[in-house]
Design a protein around this ligand. Structure first.
Ligand code: FES
Length: 119
């Protein structure tokens, strides 16, 4: 859309979250790009994906890929975030369904699982 308003199209490009709607294909040339489909391994959901399901953090699902990938990038840098740090990291990703409390809860659940060695 070239607007960057909602963050739903977030992907990880060279280890950083970017709004894919703001990146031209030529800018991604030779970059490492991961979408939400790249998170799971061997048919298993990533702890973030599982936690979003377990905590009921998905309503319509429109924001979910962006939320999960934004959280993934944040957890790489900060594996034990406070709720305020989660809110700060995901401030550019909007949830029209207003599921923010459950999203934060899911990210905390996933963070604990990842720290516990489930990844
Ligand atoms: Fe609907 Fe977030 S779950 S926009």
């Amino acid at each position: 859309c070239n607007e960057g308003e909602c963050g739903a199209c977030t992907v990880i490009m060279d280890g950083k979250p970017v709004n894919s709607c703001l990146v031209l294909a030529v800018e991604a040339d030779d970059s490492d790009v991961m979408t939400v489909e790249g998170l799971g391994k061997n048919g298993e959901l990533h702890p973030l994906q599982q936690a979003f399901l377990d905590e009921g953090a998905v309503q319509c699902g429109y924001c979910t890929p962006g939320m999960i990938l934004g959280a993934y990038a944040m957890l790489l840098k900060n594996p034990e975030p406070s709720n305020a740090e989660i809110i700060d990291a995901l401030e550019g990703t909007l949830c029209r369904c207003g599921s923010y409390n459950r999203i934060i809860q899911a990210i905390q659940t996933a963070a604990r699982a990842i720290r516990g060695g489930i990844s």
